[in-house]
Write a protein of this length. Structure first.
Length: 494
């Protein structure tokens, strides 16, 4: 039995789409589960929209997700001569023919059929629009022509077993004699993709359900070229909140993988989310965090759903800018991932924000890891470490206006009380028990609730209303920073 070889074949015409990433993930998982190979081919024949920058976006996104490919990247544009040669091979074998009918004549024939009540008119032979004699006359005159595949209409239904949707059967009369080469001699997608998959030995093709209608045509080409037909599996589509297909042109950056990378998602979280779009992870609960290796070990296409997956977000709500499940998974990964695995993802963010110190992997390593473990429990993205986490890792405090208004400015007594609390903290050992006793004792002495001082303390020293225990965060910050911040509160306006 031939080794399993899957492929991902994106076109570099814009964002690397969430749907494309899911297809890449499933193809990668299937290949790895089968002990096979995963090939990356860039379909860069759209000269107007394909750019080197978009190619780099694809490569960077694949690497970020951890979907490393086998061998070198293949570029479809380098294989055009092979595609053209295949078309001429099909001409020579009678599986294709030159068509001299013009675009206008074909459009007129389609309109005429619709007027007669035949809305699904098909191009079914060389003389279905113009006569054989006219075809010959135009050929003799050197008129431009396209090359069409000759669909074998008397050969019976085209049948195949889809790995997701099961048995498929299509009447050849439902298929046009589709174009293989344009009038300028350039090959079309339908021919190019088949030639490349043959040359690369692709055995299994996973792709979106919107390609299901292409499969019968491609099967005909495999057969006409004398090549083995791979197995096909079509994945249910991913739908936007309005019920439309999730689209990079219509829905913007929320569908781009680089958006998630740049907004502080972990690749492990993104892969976990993608794996649950239209697929059941088996015995594992959806909330369980599965690595790529764990997903691959248990990957089974029989668990791929046939109903379209839903991608729910609200572009008008910053807190719901993407699917809640994606956000929850990212938070879960951040909060539970081993610190040693989290730090390589976190360090570049801290470096870019000017928050990194080499002491974090040297003299302060134990403190740094303990502090990261403390503060990450309420964080959702890596970006939170450079926003809310700055107060812990540096002398920089960014005050949240809402927190200041609620916990510092609302009660005019809060500022003076916190100033004096600094003196109380300075006079006791700097440990959890002593700090808590000092705060609660002072609150009782002043006749205020301890919560007023606890909430004010947290906001005064971190800038935010939520976070770890007030006394735990004091120990993480250290005596000097805590006292300084209690004595130098932000400008308070009630």
């Amino acid at each position: 039995m031939a080794q399993v070889r899957t492929r991902m074949a994106p076109s570099p015409t814009g964002y690397f789409h969430v749907g494309s990433a899911r297809t890449a993930l499933f193809s990668w998982l299937f290949a790895r589960q089968q002990g096979g190979e995963f090939i990356l081919r860039i379909e860069d024949t759209d000269r107007e929209r394909s750019t080197p920058e978009h190619v780099e976006v694809i490569l960077d996104s694949m690497r970020w997700l951890g979907l490393e490919w086998d061998g070198d990247v293949i570029y479809q544009s380098e294989n055009l001569d092979r595609h053209t040669a295949a078309a001429h091979q099909l001409l020579a074998s009678g599986h294709a023919y030159r068509c001299y009918a013009t675009t206008q004549e074909i459009a007129a024939a389609r309109e005429s059929a619709a007027a007669r009540g035949v809305p699904s008119w098909k191009y079914t032979g060389p003389d279905c629009v113009i006569s054989a004699e006219e075809q010959a006359a135009r050929a003799a005159a050197g008129a431009p022509s396209v090359v069409r595949c000759r669909v074998p209409r008397a050969a019976g239904r085209i049948e195949f077993e889809d790995l997701v949707y099961g048995p498929q059967s299509i009447d050849p009369d439902e298929i046009d004699d589709f174009v293989l080469l344009r009038a300028d001699g350039s090959p079309l997608y339908m021919l190019s993709v088949v030639c490349d998959d043959i040359d690369e030995g692709i055995t299994h093709i996973l792709r979106g359900q919107d390609h299901l209608s292409n499969t019968p045509k491609q099967i005909l080409l495999y057969q006409a070229l004398g090549a083995p037909v791979p197995q096909f599996g079509h994945l249910a589509l991913i739908m936007a909140p309005d019920g439309s297909k999730l689209s990079k042109r219509r829905h913007g950056e929320v569908v781009s993988i680089t958006t998630y990378r740049d907004r502080g998602f972990l690749p492990e979280a993104m892969c976990s989310f993608l794996a649950q779009l239209g697929y059941s992870t088996g015995e594992a609960e959806e909330s369980e965090l599965l690595t790529l290796d764990q997903l691959a070990a248990d990957f089974d296409l029989s668990r791929a759903g046939r109903s379209n997956a839903k991608f729910i977000y609200d572009a008008s709500n910053p807190k719901q800018w993407t699917d809640a499940k994606a956000q929850n998974l990212n938070a879960s990964w951040i909060r539970s991932m081993p610190i040693a695995d989290l730090l390589p993802h976190l360090r570049p963010w801290l470096e870019r924000a000017g928050l990194w110190s080499d002491d974090f992997i040297g003299a302060q390593a134990e403190w740094f890891e303990a502090t990261i473990d403390l503060i990450r429990q309420r964080f959702w993205t890596l970006e939170d470490f450079v926003v809310q986490g700055a107060a812990y890792l540096s002398d920089r405090v960014e005050y949240d206006p809402a927190a200041v208004k609620k916990n510092l400015a609302k009660n005019p007594r809060t500022g003076p009380l916190l100033n004096e609390l600094a003196n109380r903290f300075e006079a006791v050992p700097f440990d959890h028990e002593s700090l808590e006793a000092a705060l609660r004792g002072y609150a009782e002495e002043e006749g205020v609730g301890a919560g007023l001082l606890i909430n004010g303390l947290r906001t005064a020293v971190t800038g935010y209303a939520v976070g770890p225990s007030a006394f735990e965060l004091c120990l993480a910050l250290g005596r000097e920073r805590v006292l300084h911040r209690l004595r130098h509160l932000p400008a308070l306006e009630g």
